[in-house]
Design a protein around this ligand. Sequence first.
Ligand code: SF4
Length: 284
Amino acid sequence: KDFRNNVKPNWCPGCGDFSVQAAIQRASANVGIEPTELAVISGIGCSGRISGYINSYGFHGIHGRALPIAQGLKMANKDLHVIASGGDGDGFAIGMGHTIHAIRRNIDITYIVMDNQIYGLTKGQTSPRSAAGFQTKSTPGGAIEPSLAPLEMALTSGATFVAQGFASDIKELTSIIEAGIAHKGFSFINVFSPCVTYNKVNTYDWFKERLVKVGALDDYDASNRQIAMQQLMAHDSMLTGILYQNLDQPSYQEQVVDYSAEPLSTHDLYMEPGKFDDLMKEFY
Ligand code: SF4
């Protein structure tokens, strides 16, 4: 199973998004699915290009709207593994409303955010993940607002799978994505994916000096949401690994009557002439 295609990514050399692409490809192969069983849905931004760089079904959507498309796709075709992907601007600014509701809805898809703390495609403006004081063209005097905390947001929004990876550690990131794909519900994965061109603060070295693996913490229990929150706060959110997983909560689909029957996508949608008009009469 080869999830590589022959499209050359249009990312800057050294961009963290290359590693995310490789990790998705490896994880998909490792879990044993076929390219025809995977759909990658992306938003807008440098990271949004990823749907074109993986040998699978793909849809490059509109800004902040990868999740509604991905959820609709999963509901229409339960047999597809669906990965939604985008940047921190895409998911935590214009798309934040969708992000929170997708998390609490717990549809069985995987959401991977390529978090580089800046808007790269538009050449370097402050994003919701930029730290206070971060200087860019849009905040020459330094950002006034504090950075949004995505993992804490996910935990308090009812997430059943919360993880964080780092582009420099493809091995760990691959195993996180594998677990996310296998999780029966919404898996939220934030990935530190440095923008080497416009973010000269949050570099690979900057992350390496600060990140701690949850596996290195004494007696870490990923089934305990309170511990996940406490450890995130104690480490300024600089943790990688699977922070929290709830294996007991049923997914949205499992609670929808008849969802396990034939997928909508295989239904014969042909209607006899005049039938549609008859249906619409109910609403006149
Ligand atoms: Fe990556 Fe930044 Fe280049 Fe965009 S501008 S491709 S985020 S390094």
